[in-house]
Design a protein around this ligand. Structure first.
Ligand code: IPM
Ligand code: MG
Length: 358
């Protein structure tokens, strides 16, 4: 197997965590006799500084010329003053959209080794936390019209949240397809008591559900879902929801598993090319200090092997190696517990690499 991977380190801790994930991919390549070529490109603040744009055309071209994309994180205080359409985040939204990656898969799985890192009570954690949020990624309020206008002497800002039936249908189908390979339970999250987009969402969801008679399907209001995630997370298998609800709920879901630093994601579209990134941000406060947790990015690389390259052995090897180093007690600061051994970003990455090479 020979694959070309576009690597977008981005800002803040992005470069450090991506370095470790690339080292892990190299270890997999060596062990499983495959070959990866990396094409490093700029995105976000790093791209703004070099080219003036958060998503230069050469970066888009490189992504289209590759088999998959690995991304670190974007954003930071340095670029916070820029207008909305020139911010680093615009680069991330732009590449998701350009590649047509409408389905963002974000697992919320508690590693048993990290049970004490979860802020939830032991009785709740013991029920098990293993669900997958399928977040719609290229529609809704993120991509609706944004405007700020002066009306009668005061500023009025509007963000619109459009959803077309076909956008809802394809993400629901993605969720049901995945549920068929899991515990066959889909909870669709919306705000149908207030929003038109949610009422349409529910209609389409009910229609799609008819094609999956083996899957149990329920609707849940987003405020209730936020509560249920901390009250009884064991009830969730596959959660499907629109873009902004998914953004918010996945930060919540990640925290109950111990740390947002552990959570990978895969963004997929119609083809096999995906974009793989941890769900956390660029953490400018610890950037460049070798303190970041690289596991979310390393597990994102595992998802790339699994979903885009169908390299299951390599993906399993990475996931098992992560389990092993956690078993050994190695912890970055965000997941440090009593008895844990504090390590930096590079040491954590190298420990996972050594484990794979064993
Ligand atoms: C995420 C992030 C992004 C989002 C930001 C950085 C634009 O929070 O991937 O969850 O809101 O999608
Ligand atoms: Mg987010």
């Amino acid at each position: 197997m020979d694959k070309r991977i576009t690597v977008l380190p981005g800002d803040g801790i992005g470069p450090e965590i991506v370095t470790q994930a690339v080292a892990v991919l190299d270890a997999v390549a060596q062990k499983y006799d495959c070959h990866f070529t990396y094409d490093f490109c700029d995105i976000g603040g790093a791209a703004i500084d070099r080219t003036g744009s958060p998503l230069p055309q050469e970066t888009i071209d490189a992504c289209f010329a590759s088999d998959s994309v690995l991304l670190g994180a974007v954003g930071g205080p340095k670029w916070d003053g820029l207008p909305g359409d020139q911010r680093p985040e615009k680069g991330l939204l732009g590449i998701r959209k350009a590649l047509g990656l409408y389905a963002n898969l974000r697992p919320a799985r508690l590693f048993p080794q990290l049970a004490t890192a979860s802020p939830l009570r032991k009785e709740i954690v013991e029920q098990g936390i293993d669900f997958l949020v399928v977040r719609e990624l290229i529609g809704g309020v993120y991509f609706g019209e944004h405007k700020t206008e002066n009306v009668n002497g005061e500023w009025v800002a509007t963000d619109s949240m459009p959803y077309a039936e076909h956008e809802i249908e394809r993400i629901l189908r993605a969720a049901f397809d995945i549920a068929m390979k899991r515990r066959k339970n889909v909870i669709s999250v919306d705000k149908a008591n207030v929003l038109d987009t949610s009422r349409l969402w529910r209609k389409v969801a009910a229609r799609v559900a008819q094609d999956y008679p083996q899957v149990t399907y329920t609707d849940m209001l987003v405020d209730n879902a936020a509560m249920q995630i901390v009250r009884n997370p064991a009830q969730f298998d596959v959660v499907v929801t629109e873009n902004m609800f998914g953004d918010i709920l996945t930060d919540e879901a990640s925290m109950i598993t111990g740390s947002i630093g552990m959570i990978p994601s895969a963004s997929l579209g119609a083809g096999t090319r995906g974009l793989y990134e941890p769900i956390h941000g660029s953490a400018p406060d610890i950037a460049g200090q070798d303190q970041a947790n690289p596991i979310g990015t390393i597990l994102s690389a595992a998802m790339m092997l699994r979903y885009s390259f169908h390299q299951t052995a390599g993906a399993d090897a990475i996931e098992n190696a992560v389990q092993s180093v956690l078993d050994q007690g190695l912890r970055t600061g965000d997941i440090l517990d009593e008895g844990g051994v504090l390590v930096g970003c590079a040491e954590m990455g190298q420990a996972i690499v050594s484990q794979i090479k064993k």
